[in-house]
Design a protein around this ligand. Structure first.
Ligand SMILES: NC(=O)c1ccc[n+]([C@@H]2O[C@H](COP(=O)([O-])OP(=O)(O)OC[C@H]3O[C@@H](n4cnc5c(N)ncnc54)[C@H](O)[C@@H]3O)[C@@H](O)[C@H]2O)c1
Length: 148
């Protein structure tokens, strides 16, 4: 049995990276397990891997009707992030929008600066300025400490 340390009843949850692998599965689980939860999802649908997979996940989530609101845009745009907070007032934020992968960063460093630095910074700033009860964010899947 899972013990929750955050009450999710009647909460609005913002999930960034909502069309991604973890994001889409999290949205589905939140909507299945908590009848009174509403989820706002944002994803810019990057082409790091086949976007058809992302659209299929979103298609599946559309079955939840107006309990799931999807915004196709980037968290790197401060105005977009701010308007989500002023329009929807999320109390819980889960930041999963990111450029993943290690080797890709050698050839495409811009993508990491945009999503993982600027985008994450915009989320942190919005959580600081609006009333947010809880913020969860993903760490790297590849933390190397001992290689040269
Ligand atoms: N999958 C794993 O095994 C794993 C393990 C540890 C940590 N993580 C971390 O969890 C997070 C999510 O991983 P995932 O496997 O779901 O990756 P994913 O690539 O499937 O999902 C990330 C989503 O974020 C979106 N995105 C990227 N930049 C964006 C931006 N600027 N604005 C809005 N959306 C944007 C992408 O389009 C994508 O759909 C990442 O930070 C990843 O490093 C993943």
């Amino acid at each position: 049995m899972v013990t929750y340390n955050v009450s999710l009843a009647n909460k609005v949850v913002l999930v960034t990276g909502a069309a991604g692998f973890i994001g889409a599965n999290l949205v589905k689980r939140l909507l299945n397990e908590f009848d009174s939860v509403k989820v706002i999802g944002i994803d810019s649908i990057t082409e790091y891997y086949d976007v058809r997979l992302k659209y299929e996940r979103l298609q599946e989530l559309s079955a939840y009707g107006d309990r799931f609101v999807f915004i196709k845009d980037s968290i790197a745009k401060k105005g977009v992030v701010d308007s989500i907070f002023t329009d929807h007032h999320p109390q819980v934020v889960v930041n999963l929008a990111a450029q993943a992968g290690v080797r890709y960063s050698i050839t495409n460093p811009d993508a990491y600066i945009e999503s993982n630095l600027i985008g994450f910074y915009n989320i942190l700033e919005a959580c600081r300025h609006y009333t947010v009860e809880h913020l969860v964010y993903a760490s790297s899947s590849s933390v190397y400490g001992s290689n040269k």
